[in-house]
Structures are given as C-alpha cells and as structure tokens.
Design a protein around this ligand. Structure first.
Ligand code: IPD
Length: 245
C-alpha cells in the first residue's frame, strides 16, 4: 500500500473508531448482557458484538477488497487467517472484564496489516478520551501529541505492566503467580490494567517501563504491540519460555 492509501485507511478507521467509542462510552454506564466464551471469566457483551459490527461494516463499505479478523467474529466461528492482503484486525472492546464492571480502562483496538506487517494502529479509550495512534515509520501519538517510551533500563526503578490472563488452568495460573513472585521484589512496581492494548499503550506513553503477557491473541497485539509501542521506541519480542528468570 502506498502512503496515500495508508493515510486514507487511517482517516476512515479513525472516524469509525470515534463512533465505536461513543457506543462504548454510553454502554459502560448501563446494565450489560454478558455471555462467556472459552471459560467463565472470558466475557463478551452485546456491546463487543455491536462495536465489531459497526467497525467491520464501515471498513468493508470503504474498502470492499480488504479482509478482517475480529475477536468476536472469530469466537463465533469465522476463520482467523492472516494473508498478505490488507487485513483489519479488530478487538472491539479490549478489557471486556473492566467494561462489565464499569472500570474505565477499556478500549477499542484496530490494526491494519498488509504484506504481513502492521501499517496503522488505533487504540481508543473513549471513557478517558485517550486516542493512541500510529502509522508505520511515522511515530506514536496520544491525542495528537508525540509519545515515546521511558528509556528506563534499571529493573529496580521500572514500573512493569503485566496481566493475569483469562486462563484458570491450574498450571497456567501457577506460571503467572511464579512470574509475579520472581518479578515483584526486583521491580519498582507491578501493575495489571486489565486491557492488554491499554497496558502496552501505557508503555508507549512512558507511563510504565515494560510489559509482558503470556498467551495474547492477535487482536490484543495487532495495533498496540506490533506498531504503537514500536513506533514509540520499544522492542517487542515473543517470549521463548513461560517462566521469567
Ligand atoms: C483481554 C484483555 C486482558 C488480557 C486477556 C485478553 P478482551 O482481552 O486484554 O487484559 O489479560 O488475555 O483476552 O477479552 O477483554 O478483549
């Protein structure tokens, strides 16, 4: 895709993400209809589905040849396949558990990939009005202001963002807790925000110094980890082992 096409994609997606944000901003104050997915703490609400529909319909209208990977479409049985074609990867509400509890750390996350690389990333917390944006090679922004990672390299002075994840498999829970036990005494602090995309975006903004999570899905990482935080100056790696040492 050339830079004019990327710009056009960015502008259309930005408008739709703002519309989606309005849906989330209204719905977070109200009673939610909640269903479970892989386990009883992996949640989906009618708003997750409505936002994903709004985004996919709007993007498909503007870009009929583009493909889609969406968290809720995948949960409903759609194939989750990334080709070289332009593909929008969507998490309609990242931090659904927070959303269900009306905790304002929740966001809409949209990434555009083509040639198997991330070109556009938009992560929007509509409750706190935080719009994180990135285009490949053009830096990372929060509400239009350039953001950069903290540059902190001393673990004893670093605020680490981590997540517990939704798995309740005893072995996985043990790994999560063992990692926290290893890390907590060595770090300045450890935080879990409950939204992977917002946790990673916080590192891009320099509000924390590192982030890790075991078993993330592509819609959690497509915009924030694969583009925004990298454009802000971070290194992003796949862990080779589940245990921190
Ligand atoms: C979840 C959140 C959470 C993370 C889970 C994700 P969802 O996404 O990002 O922080 O720990 O692994 O599944 O389900 O709220 O879109």
């Amino acid at each position: 895709m050339d830079s004019a096409e990327i710009e056009q994609c960015f502008e259309v997606a930005l408008g739709l993400v703002k519309e989606a944000g309005q849906v989330v901003r209204e719905a977070i104050k109200k009673q939610k209809t909640i269903e479970t997915k892989s386990c009883n703490v992996d949640l989906v609400t009618e708003s997750d589905k409505a936002v994903e529909k709004l985004l996919i319909e709007g993007l498909a209208k503007a870009f009929p040849s583009h493909k889609f990977i969406g968290e809720e479409s995948t949960a409903a049985g759609a194939k989750c396949v990334l080709t070289h074609d332009p593909t929008w990867i969507i998490d309609p509400i990242d931090g659904t558990m927070n959303f269900v509890h009306s905790l304002p750390y929740t966001c809409v996350s949209v990434g555009l990939w083509a040639g198997k690389e991330a070109l556009v990333g938009i992560i929007f917390n509509p409750v706190l009005d935080q719009m994180f944006t990135a285009k490949k090679g053009q830096g990372a922004y929060l509400n239009g202001e350039r953001i950069r990672v903290s540059g902190q390299k001393d673990l004893s002075q670093a605020l680490i963002f981590a997540e517990m994840g939704t798995s309740r498999d005893p072995e996985k829970v043990k790994t999560v807790l063992t990692n926290l036990t290893t890390l907590m005494p060595r770090a300045h602090g450890v935080r879990g925000m409950g939204s992977a995309a917002l946790g990673i975006a916080s590192i891009a903004a320099g509000w924390g110094d590192a982030y890790y999570h075991l078993s993330l899905h592509c819609w959690d990482t497509a915009a924030a980890a694969s583009l925004l935080v990298v454009e802000a100056g971070a290194s992003c790696v796949t862990l080779q082992a589940a245990h921190l040492t």
